[in-house]
Ligand binder design. Structure first.
Ligand code: GCO
Ligand code: MG
Length: 408
């Protein structure tokens, strides 16, 4: 069996999804997602210029050897661009393998460990009242877990992932007005004075059952993060995410020494080597990698297994930039992983998105139910794809009030 061709598409409804389609001499094809938010043309070029020419002619069933070939063979290993490209190939090969077996992918991983997988939605408000209304909306839809982000009084701009005005909708992270980033202003002291009390009000308002998550988005220093985690400890958060940038894995020790608030980290990691110390030293509770830029199912499964040895559960990244293909790959891992925790899930199911990526994976009452179709269980409509093209966009950058550049 041989790979005969592979094509890359960039575009989608309001997103720049990078979709890989691998064709074989037996008519079976596989799909992968290489979307790297706001750098989409780069994994696309890495695939087209460097990987696909070697891929053609290979036996698609040898997914392990193909992964090793592209990872070890590159010499310059890792990094989000290369790992997103390798990840897309890997997803597509597992799609092919499961289609050949006539089974949904989760059966090849070891079968179902649960009937459905818990997901969380994103609630956001320009202020606390606005945020509470947003949470109420998700609770009314049956969500059991909600990430809560709130505008901070006195902060000169909106905070991370919050609307500019009351009643507004939180912007999708990407600003499509061009490549040049807008600036958000950040003030740690204002945030630290406001956010723990806001979380306490949310807990009091919604009671003990709601699973409350909060994303600090890398903005605090380790000592500040430790103090924050300790202060909110009585609120029983489901998790506190990215309290501090994780380039320094040792920084997480300080947080752990001062608090039992569960810590989630890893959406920007590309490899097991970014989180092995965090996991082995049991400094985190949830690992947030994504099958896209952490090298696909083959590599993420290794991270999940390492995590499982150390009481670390999964909480895969599911920002809106992930296409239904990687969300499907994660759905299969979620239904299998013995150490599954939660899945970030933002409503993908707009009519335009469903038309581009038909599937019957679905979320009801805050629970994700998996498709039993062979493979990943998601398709790609090339006629629909022809309607879209790449649109340049960017993340904001963050500065302190005096102009110092900070972590977005
Ligand atoms: C999350 C994330 C994202 C990122 C985005 C950047 O927890 O979902 O923090 O929303 O900001 O992926 O491109
Ligand atoms: Mg995050």
């Amino acid at each position: 069996m041989k790979i005969t061709d592979a094509k890359v598409f960039v575009g989608g409804p309001g997103k720049n999804y990078v979709t890989l389609k691998i064709m074989t001499d037996q008519g079976v094809y596989g799909l992968g997602d290489a979307t790297l938010n706001n750098r989409e043309t780069l994994p696309a070029a890495y695939l087209t210029d460097y990987l696909i020419p070697s891929l053609i002619g290979m036996d698609p069933r040898r997914s392990e050897d193909i992964w090793q070939f592209f990872y070890r063979g590159a010499y310059f290993r890792r990094g989000p661009i290369a790992m997103a490209a390798i990840g897309a190939i890997d997803m597509a090969l597992w799609d092919i393998k499961a289609k050949l077996a006539g089974m949904p992918l989760y059966q090849l991983l070891g079968g179902k460990s649960r009937d459905s997988a818990l997901v969380y939605a994103h609630a956001a408000g320009a202020d606390l009242e606005d945020l509470i209304a947003s949470i109420e909306g998700y609770v009314a839809q049956g969500y059991k877990a909600v990430r809560v982000q709130c505008g901070v009084p006195g902060m000169p701009t909106a905070s991370y992932a919050t609307p500019d005005i009351k009643g507004g909708t939180a912007p999708f992270i990407t600003d499509f007005s061009g490549i040049r980033p807008k600036t958000e202003i950040w003030d740690t002291e204002k945030y630290l004075r406001f956010m723990p009390a806001a979380l306490a009000e949310i807990r009091a308002r919604f009671g003990p059952e709601l699973k409350i998550l909060h994303d600090v988005h890398h903005r605090l220093l380790p000592r500040e993060a430790a103090a924050f985690a300790r202060e909110v400890e009585p609120l029983g958060l489901f998790w506190l995410e990215d309290p501090t940038p994780a380039e320094d894995q040792d920084a997480l020790k300080l947080i752990r020494q001062h608090s039992t608030t569960p810590i989630a980290i890893g959406e920007v990691f590309n490899a097991i080597w970014d989180c092995n110390k965090l996991i082995e030293n049991e400094l985190i509770d949830f690992i947030r990698v994504a099958v896209t830029y952490a090298g696909g199912i083959t590599h993420v499964r290794r991270i999940v297994d390492l995590a499982g040895q150390h009481h670390v559960r999964t909480g895969f990244h599911g920002a809106p930039s992930h296409s239904p293909i990687s969300m499907a790959a994660q759905a299969h891992l979620n239904i299998w992983a013995p150490n599954f925790g939660i899945q970030e899930y933002l409503v993908l199911g707009t009519p335009a998105c469903d038309a581009l990526f038909p599937s019957d994976h679905h979320v009801t009452n805050g629970l994700q139910y998996i498709s039993d179709a062979p493979g990943l269980g998601v398709d790609f409509n090339e006629t629909e794809a022809a309607r879209y093209q790449y649109q340049p966009g960017s993340h904001p950058v963050v500065r302190l009030e005096d102009g110092t550049l900070w972590n977005y």
